[in-house]
Design a protein around this ligand. Sequence first.
Ligand code: COA
Length: 261
Amino acid sequence: MNKTIYNNLLVDISDGIMTITVNRPDKLNALNRETIREIGAAIEQGAGDSSILGIILTGSGQKAFVAGADIAEFTGISVEEGKKLSAAGHQVFKSIETCPKPVLAAVNGFALGGGCELAMSCHLRLAADHAKFGQPEVKLGLIPGYAGTQRLVQLIGKGKAMEYLMTADMMDAAEANRLGLVNYVTKGEELIPKCREMIRKISLQSPRAIAGIIHCVDAYFKEGVDGFAEETEEFGKCFGTDDFREGVAAFLEKRKPVFSR
Ligand code: COA
């Protein structure tokens, strides 16, 4: 087991799974600038380490995943600084979305504002049954700045996204599940084990094919990019990989494939 300490994160690597825990429990894990930067650095570390099968993002304590951007940092911000804050968040959250390995949000409590946006940048979301989601920025005279207006629409559709964005209502885990915002709801103590099980399941598949899936699904939402053309490109590339040769050989030899990392 390997442990790296950041100022605002706990980063644990065990059995090939990296767990990034936002660790500001006294502030309900609110995302200040430094925490966002550190998440970016930890994701980059995980993406670049061939021994890592997948990444879990979660929050410290039982109460909150992340209760939003750190509101204390908002006072005195100028229009230009506000734009920079949003752009910096977008960049880090995009690096999560395009990470070539599965990134799972283990939502263990409040996922509000930037917390909901952080969870939505992950490939899969699993929630404890007491988790609550929401985009309450309008209460503060703000709108979401870390792509909540975009990813919430992508995940639950325009009508319901409009409702939650405009009312600032919180959504419980069961409703989030019903709307497709989360993949699974579990009891609190089963949340991390279920995330680890899902990463292990995905890790049995071809890592290059998984990276291809992430790339192509991301292309679907990219302005000016033809996702169909991206798929054709990525599909073709598969035929030049050892993973493809191993996958087909294993099928013909009636055995399980063993993919290299
Ligand atoms: N930014 C900064 N600090 C935050 C925070 C945030 N987004 N969310 C919670 N905190 C801090 C509180 O200020 C409090 O700190 P203090 O003890 O130093 O006063 C601490 O975390 C505990 O929060 P508290 O509000 O006392 O807990 P609660 O159980 O009464 O309420 C919430 C929980 C999540 C409903 C409430 O904290 C909340 O509404 N947070 C803001 C959510 C939000 O608007 N997020 C979007 C930001 S753009």
